[in-house]
Structures are given as structure tokens and as C-alpha cells.
Design a protein around this ligand. Structure first.
Ligand code: ADP
Length: 217
């Protein structure tokens, strides 16, 4: 299965993709995670990426495509994958079409107020990347990851001003891709989240059921 998980910042792409990874045994390629790793490096590329990410701006397409190709080349050809955070522009979508044929789009529909609520209380494990939420998906011990005991931190782009910018860019540049994929007749599986308390497992269950119907799981 070659899928993209699509939705606004804070719609839960990373949370669901990591659970689907375990459940279905597919790889997940998260552009945001790859960039955050690069940002830790003392390299020109790391510094350049940081410049954009911290402002909530899109990293230029040339860089994104290069980084993606390098990551994809490490995946065995028979293995399925879910792309999280790619493509985010029409240019990126067109490049992807030259690399792979998409089987499905997993679309997360979440109202704006919920996104803002979630992003501002999101915390992430510095060690293993597990995502928590101080209000709705709390760690058992404050500030500590349930899975590996690592410290939790808040992303530098999860502050109100940058969140606003990211949402605006999603509206302007990324959401038009949905129309593009509809025209290309790529199948969609849509999940509508309307409550902050919906457990991630339920969404993962819904996706898995629908993927089975498409013979992709
Ligand atoms: P979110 O979906 O919550 O905004 P991500 O972790 O997916 O967060 O991405 C964080 C940041 O990394 C984005 O705001 C952007 O600066 C950069 N980024 C990630 N993916 C891409 C992409 N495909 N194209 C350009 N920039 C990207």
C-alpha cells in the first residue's frame, strides 16, 4: 500500500500514522520528523530547514523533494508506506507522481477550533517521538513518556502565532491538493473527528476496516 495521510496541522496525522505503522506493518515517512532531526544537526541544511520550520513556513520544494527521495530509497520495494506531511504543494504532488503510484488518501477532517486546542497542548517525547496531549492524551507521569521514560517537550512551532501561520498555509497551499487527487480519481478514506475525546484507536480501526475493503490491509 502506498498512502498519504492528509489533514491540517494538528489533525492527528502523526498519531494515526504511527499506530497504523504498528498495526499494518507499513513504513511511515514523516517529513516533519525528518526535518526536526535535521534541525538538530550543525549543518547548513539543518540550519536552512530550521529557518523555515520555526516561522511556520514551508521548506522550499527542491529541499523537500531531495530529502524525500533519499528516504524513499531506503525502503525495500515490496514494503508499503504512508507519507505524512508530503505532498504539501501541487509541485510536490506532481513530483510524487513521477516516483510512485498512490493507492489511497487517508483524509482527516477536524474543525479549526479543535486543532488550535490540540496543538497548543501537544507534547512530544524527545526520545521516541510519541505524541501526547496535556488535556486529552495525557502521559501517566507528568513530563515523562509512558513508552520509554524520555522527557516530553513542546515543539517550537506549536505557539499561537506560528500555529496560525501553519493553518493559513494549509488552507492556501495544501488543501487545494484534495481537488487535484479527486480529479486523479485516487480513492479517499475520510475520517471526521468531532469530539476531542475520540480515542485514536477508534480512528485507526475505521481506517483499517476501509483499507480492508479496498484490499490494501
Ligand atoms: P504539522 O503537520 O503539525 O504542521 P509537521 O511536523 O508535518 O507538522 O511539519 C512541521 C513543519 O515542517 C511544517 O510547518 C513545515 O515548515 C515543514 N514541512 C514539513 N513537511 C513539509 C513539506 N512537504 N513541504 C514543505 N515544508 C514541510
Amino acid at each position: 500500500m502506498k498512502a498519504i495521510i492528509f489533514g491540517a496541522p494538528g489533525s492527528g496525522k502523526g498519531t494515526y500514522a504511527s499506530r497504523l505503522q504498528i498495526k499494518l506493518g507499513v513504513e511511515v515517512i514523516s517529513m516533519g520528523d525528518i526535518f526536526r532531526e535535521l534541525m538538530k544537526e550543525e549543518s547548513d541544511l539543518g540550519r536552512e530547514v530550521k529557518y523555515y520550520v520555526e516561522k511556520g513556513l514551508l521548506v522550499p520544494d527542491e529541499i523537500v523533494v531531495e530529502v524525500l527521495k533519499k528516504r524513499l530509497s531506503k525502503i525495500p520495494p515490496e514494503k508499503g508506506y504512508i507519507l505524512d506531511g508530503f505532498p504539501r504543494t501541487l509541485e510536490q504532488a506532481k513530483t510524487l507522481e513521477t516516483i510512485a503510484k498512490l493507492d489511497v488518501i487517508l483524509l482527516l477532517m477536524v474543525p479549526d477550533w479543535m486543532i488550535i486546542e490540540r496543538l497548543s497542548s501537544r507534547r512530544i517525547c524527545q526520545n521516541c517521538g510519541t505524541v501526547y496531549n496535556l488535556r486529552f492524551l495525557k502521559p501517566k507521569v507528568d513530563g515523562i513518556c509512558d513508552k520509554c521514560g524520555g522527557p516530553l517537550y513542546q515543539r517550537s512551532d506549536d505557539n499561537p502565532e506560528v500555529i496560525k501561520k501553519r493553518l493559513q498555509i494549509y488552507q492556501d497551499q495544501t488543501s487545494p491538493l484534495l481537488q487535484h487527487y479527486k480529479e486523479k480519481k485516487v480513492p479517499f478514506i475520510v475520517s471526521n473527528t468531532t469530539s476531542l475525546e475520540t480515542p485514536p484507536e477508534r480512528v485507526v480501526e475505521e481506517f483499517t476496516t476501509e483499507l480492508k475493503k479496498l484490499k490494501l490491509a
